[in-house]
Design a binder for this molecule. Structure first.
Ligand code: FES
Ligand code: FE
Length: 392
């Protein structure tokens, strides 16, 4: 359940957890098996990660033609490459000859073509088959038919998003729609001009926990007072346990005496140009299912992308984005980055501590959600519906 706060940007003050009359205060979670069972995980890969739009690559990481990146999408390796025409494309990273991976490195740069290192079939940056040894006369072969298999793409917020589905869902409705639903205003995110921001820092976390534990943790703040001392200092309302995501449009207000979203509350860098006054001194958190978290603060934006590798392992890549002028000036970003890096470590440590409990007989039928976590029920219902739709 997500509530609309009448004052969409006002602080949450003494706000009791809203429980509709007749609703039990403790709601059930998913059973432990949903976090441990390889078959359940495979069903999630099929029904969620191979059907939805996923955030795959930071476009600026591939500045010139031939720049590539490989990324795990569901059970597939996807190859993202910058073409000669300057456009980004994505392909299944599988050779059309006998299936070898085309690119085995997580990122790199090729000069003109993509060449499979097994028998040297060679593909253009547009995916078309251009050469194959002992088949110099490729006239007999339909080079497009034997080209790399393309994957649907779109660029948004400076990232390339990909979707493996045969019939991808509307990006507007599914991705942009979820941001609008959270912020309550389709234009709110535009003021941050995220597609013009530059990468200040990137951290990669290898988390020994199921991807859903990471999402659930991000959605609630019941744990904030316990494990996030620095964050609750900067955002005092988080100490009350209600996550900003509980409300449509609400951003958590910086505390009195806090000058910036930094590890010690000292001033950050310059406020992003174009921000509305109501967005200053506030933190907004957005979950874009199934694998992106967007964190908005006045002087930077933090974007997390999750790549589930197994039922009990998830890679999380986290980017801190700043105005390009801040990066060009060589500004010290340590105190700015350190706040959410610590939050990440605190959160992931909690998720890793929870993962073993998922296979305990004590959690066979799951646990419970307190009122401040009731909105997670919606996420659980959604996962259950998706998985049930594609169980094999
Ligand atoms: Fe790629 Fe043979 S598998 S060239
Ligand atoms: Fe947290």
């Amino acid at each position: 359940m997500t509530l609309t706060q009448p004052d969409s940007v006002g602080p949450v003050e003494n706000c009791p957890p809203p429980v509709a009359p007749g609703t039990p205060a403790l709601q059930p979670t998913l059973p432990g098996q949903a976090y441990t069972d390889p078959a359940y995980f495979a069903a999630e890969q099929r029904s969620i990660f191979e059907e939805m739009w996923l955030c795959a690559a930071f476009a600026a990481d591939l500045p010139s033609p031939g720049g590539f990146r490989t990324v795990t999408v569901g059970r597939e390796s996807v190859l993202v490459v910058r073409g000669r025409d300057g456009g980004l494309r994505a392909f299944l990273n599988s050779c059309r000859h006998r299936g070898a991976l085309i690119c085995t490195q997580p990122h790199g740069q090729v000069r003109r073509n993509l060449q499979c290192t097994y028998h040297a079939w060679t593909y253009g940056l547009d995916g078309k088959l251009v050469a194959a040894p002992n088949l110099s006369d490729l006239g007999e072969i339909d080079r497009t038919a034997y080209g790399l298999i393309p994957v649907a793409t779109t660029e948004w917020l400076g990232y390339l998003w990909v979707c493996l589905a045969d019939d991808p869902p509307s990006f507007e409705d599914s991705v942009i729609g979820s941001v609008t639903t959270r912020l309550g205003d389709a234009q709110a995110i535009d003021h941050y001009r995220i597609d013009r921001l530059a990468l200040g820092r990137r951290e990669r976390y290898d988390v020994a926990a199921n991807w859903k534990l990471i999402i659930e943790n991000f959605m609630e703040c019941y744990h904030c007072a316990t494990i996030h001392p620095e964050l609750t200092e900067v955002l005092p309302e988080f100490a009350d346990g209600l996550a900003a995501q509980y409300y449509v449009g609400h951003g958590a207000l910086f505390g009195d005496g806090i000058d910036g979203f930094t590890v010690d509350g000292s001033a950050g860098v310059e406020t992003l140009p174009g921000l509305r006054a109501a967005q200053d001194r506030r933190y907004y958190a957005i979950t874009v299912r199934p694998q992106v978290f967007i964190n908005l603060v006045p002087d930077h934006v933090i974007i997390h992308r999750m790549y589930p590798m197994a039922a009990d392992r998830t890679i999380v890549e986290c980017d801190w984005l700043y105005h390009p002028g801040v990066i060009e000036a060589g500004t010290d970003l340590d105190r700015s980055v350190e706040l959410f890096h610590r939050v990440n470590l605190q959160d992931f440590e909690a998720c890793e501590r929870t993962q073993p409990g998922m296979s305990s007989r004590a959690y066979r039928r799951g646990g419970v959600l307190v009122p401040a976590e009731h909105h997670i029920t919606q996420f659980h219902d959604w996962v259950r519906t998706q998985v049930d739709s594609r169980r094999e």
